[in-house]
Design a protein around this ligand. Structure first.
Ligand SMILES: NC(=O)c1ccc[n+]([C@@H]2O[C@H](COP(=O)([O-])OP(=O)(O)OC[C@H]3O[C@@H](n4cnc5c(N)ncnc54)[C@H](O)[C@@H]3O)[C@@H](O)[C@H]2O)c1
Length: 337
């Protein structure tokens, strides 16, 4: 029997758009039918690789009656308007993080989101990383007692260009937002946030008034705590680690070694090569599983896709962390809308 496929349109054919395009095209129950990007040559190049149609105007794709769902992978500043347009056209949405840089613009969409039958999933792919989700499942089973503290280390190999930084909304909204989502996923809604930021090495971050290194402490409403350590550089490659400290032990996730070959010399012992160079490689499986979860949502099956509300809460934590870093105070996060 031939399985029905969901017709998906992709908006944005840049770094993350290309990743989604490949995953949609390989999914057994999804078909990438069109790609929209004002840079039509970029959309065209990608569309040719997967036999889809390229258009310059996202609205053309959103209002195409043959398209069931839209993946929004264009710059953050376009997300709110595109979500609103998709809601109007009754198209299900998988939207990249963050929803927007301005919480007021996110909140302005709430009434429409709540009134709509449209499914909205947020691109917090790290929840679907096989190692992180194994830890999550084993904590839920209380294999080593109850979770008491979560520590996340997340460091990029090198800082992005200053042009990127100038529109990124700052490290908390751009980078730490993934960690904020993971923390909420593991320890629930957050009550208090305390953060520090530093400008240690990146002239670009200094130029735009951003931090290149941050530390965040969070306390959940259930009284559990978490720490996040972020840096825009890491000399040994993309650094993603997790420790979940529990009452009877802990779980750890370390970096993926790209070689089984070790080397020992008078200078030291250990791996011969650095870690992964890019989030696209490290989280390759996570992006694929994120899409699979979105397809389940479209099918009406049980799905754990992060929601619009998850996107909003992660942004509120980013705002709280920035306020704390700038004021030197602990910031309370209330959950009212
Ligand atoms: N989940 C993740 O791990 C992850 C990783 C990277 C980026 N992102 C998010 O994905 C989004 C895109 O980031 P990127 O790194 O792929 O950016 P990018 O600059 O590489 O690509 C953006 C693409 O969107 C196109 N574009 C610009 N304006 C558009 C519009 N109005 N409509 C349609 N397309 C338009 C550009 O021409 C470009 O091809 C951002 O919101 C970013 O925060 C998420």
């Amino acid at each position: 029997m031939v399985e029905a496929k969901f017709a998906i349109g992709l908006i944005g054919s840049g770094r993350i758009g290309r990743q989604h395009a490949m995953n949609i095209s390989k999914h057994p129950r999804a078909e990438l039918v069109a790609i929209a990007d004002p840079d039509i040559s970029s959309a065209g190049l990608l569309a040719t690789r997967i036999d889809a149609r390229a258009v310059a105007e996202p609205r053309e794709l959103i209002h195409d009656k043959d398209i069931d769902a839209v993946v929004v992978a264009s710059p953050t500043s376009t997300h709110v308007d595109l979500i609103a347009e998709c809601l109007e056209a009754n198209k299900h949405i998988l939207c990249e993080k963050p929803i927007d840089l301005d919480i007021a613009r996110v909140d302005a969409l709430w009434a429409e989101v709540e009134a709509s039958e449209v499914h909205i999933a947020l691109g917090f792919n790290q929840r679907f990383d096989p190692a992180f989700s194994e830890v999550y499942t084993r904590i839920s089973r209380q294999e080593v007692g109850t979770l008491e503290h979560l520590s996340l280390i997340s460091r990029d190999p090198g800082p992005p260009p200053v042009e990127y930084l100038s529109t990124s909304g700052g490290i908390f909204r751009d980078m730490t937002i993934h960690d904020f989502d993971l923390v909420r996923h593991f320890i629930g809604d957050i009550d208090e946030v305390s953060a520090f930021g530093a400008q240690l090495f990146d002239p670009g971050a200094r130029e735009v008034g951003d931090y290149d290194s941050v530390t965040v402490s969070l306390k959940s409403k259930s009284g559990r705590t978490a720490n996040i350590f972020n840096s825009r550089h890491s000399p040994f490659g993309y650094d993603q680690r997790l420790e979940a400290f529990c009452s009877d032990g802990n779980f750890t996730v370390s970096n993926m070694e790209s070689s089984l070959v070790g080397q020992s010399t008078a200078r030291g012992t250990g791996s011969r090569v650095g870690f992964e160079e890019s989030f696209l490689v490290r989280f390759n499986d996570a992006y694929r599983l994120e899409l699979d979860e979105f397809v389940k949502l479209l099918e009406g099956s049980d799905s754990t896709s992060p929601t619009f509300e998850d996107g909003r809460e992660a942004l509120r934590l980013a705002d709280a962390a920035l306020e704390s870093a700038q004021s030197g105070k602990v910031v309370s996060v209330n959950t009212s809308r």
